[in-house]
Design a protein around this ligand. Structure first.
Ligand code: FE2
Length: 395
């Protein structure tokens, strides 16, 4: 087991109708809030109204910044930062899915620390700027997927360069996450499916990339995967089930909280390989993960076969005793699972052509370099040629 430091400073305020309490909760953290959210005109409109009404009732001033995109753009976030500063806000209320919450973290920390949002992301050999602090954040997740509602990570897309990258800062942990399962019932079926696969991707990244062993982390991860699978089956038959939405909300939060990787933190090659799909083609992140996961599992099965085999046996019913044979069954079982929930997708299903595979792989090895030239980090360095091969297998 590796040494680690871990904390979970975000208070979770869970329950149906909890969104109505945002005004009272916000009083402890600021006087003038920026509500950061998606563009109006979608299923969130009435929820934006609810948040505004609650703040008004509690006597909290606010401005509402709409228009944060799925795959939030640094250029949009910079506009929000300008508005936050011009309006002299001192609190961000992030109302949305991972994209909005990620973007809100950059609003809160960049407004405090100066510069542009993109200055702070990891980008190849560049040393990212460091925050000096952040304004407080209250997250109100409207989708269960990223875990962003309770963690310090955040992904941004640069629309000028078609790059997508991330950063992490302890200043950006939300102070409170208001997790209201009634809000989550408004998520449509296709986004619900994408979200469940994104949660799965978070659970398997470190499980399959670390060379350290931690029985505790393995059992936590396996327990969340089994909970996710059971509740995935339930939610696609009844999107309005608040009990099931609540269970998926916990899978989202703790699936990417660090708890699932205590003592065996690894790398996130599947996310790195997906990044160009979202950056270049604006594909929703969870949908991109759905496409990338099976070929990655197939191509890399022989790298850490005992880890692949453990996951296959404990979460997908594989009984094969030979590790390498069991490892190779993992991608087969995951494809079966995705097909059983009608979630399985290929690049052609989302109309992504094959003419940019070389550039996409170049982007991955440049932005997230591994220990050897022309590789990205993984359980061993993943070569540019292997990344292209994975895209080929996604067709
Ligand atoms: Fe993800």
């Amino acid at each position: 087991m590796n040494n680690f430091e871990w904390n979970f400073p975000t208070k979770i305020n869970y329950g149906p109708g909890k969104v109505n309490e945002v005004g009272e909760i916000a009083k402890a953290y600021g006087k003038k809030a920026m509500i950061a959210t998606y563009a109006r005109g979608g299923f969130l409109d009435s929820i934006i109204d609810t948040v505004e009404a609650s703040l008004k009732e509690a006597g909290i001033e606010f401005v509402t910044f709409t228009g944060i995109e799925p795959n939030p753009r640094a250029q949009t976030i910079d506009k929000a930062i300008d508005k936050f500063k011009a309006e002299k806000c001192d609190l961000v209320i992030a109302l949305g899915g991972g994209s909005v919450i990620d973007g809100s973290k950059y609003i809160a920390a960049t407004s405090f620390s100066g510069g542009k949002a993109w200055d702070y992301v990891v980008l190849g050999d560049r040393v990212p700027r460091e925050y000096t602090g952040a304004y407080p954040i209250i997250s109100i997740p409207t989708i269960s997927a990223s875990g962003s509602e309770c963690n310090a990570g955040g992904v941004l897309t640069n629309a000028e360069t078609n790059e997508k990258s991330f950063s992490r800062s302890p200043y950006r942990f939300p102070k409170v996450a208001i997790v209201d399962p009634e809000l989550l019932t408004s998520v449509p079926l296709s986004i619900t499916k994408d979200s469940c696969v994104d949660i799965f991707s978070h659970l398997i990244e470190h499980y399959l990339s670390s060379h350290s062993e931690s029985d505790f982390a393995d059992r936590i991860t396996e327990g969340i995967i089994l909970t996710l699978k059971e509740n995935f089956d339930k939610i696609i038959t009844n999107l309005s089930d608040t009990e099931v939405r609540g269970q998926l909300a916990l899978c989202s939060i703790f699936g990417w909280s660090g708890l699932q990787a205590l003592g065996r933190t690894g790398s996130i090659p599947m996310h790195s390989i997906e990044m160009p799909l979202s950056a270049i083609y604006d594909l929703p992140h969870g949908r991109g993960m759905t496409i990338v996961i099976p070929p990655y599992l197939e191509l890399m099965a022989d790298v850490l076969p005992h880890r692949w085999a453990k996951l296959a046996r404990r979460c997908f019913g594989v009984t094969e005793q030979d590790d390498l044979k069991a490892a190779k069954l993992l991608s087969v079982k995951v494809v079966e699972w995705l097909k059983s929930t009608e979630s399985y997708l290929t690049l052609s299903d989302v109309n992504i052509p094959s003419d940019q595979f070389e550039k996409m792989a170049d982007d991955v090895v440049r932005m997230f370099p591994g220990s050897k030239a022309n590789t990205t980090t993984g359980p061993r360095p993943v070569t540019k040629e292997e990344i292209i091969k994975i895209y080929e297998m996604c067709k």
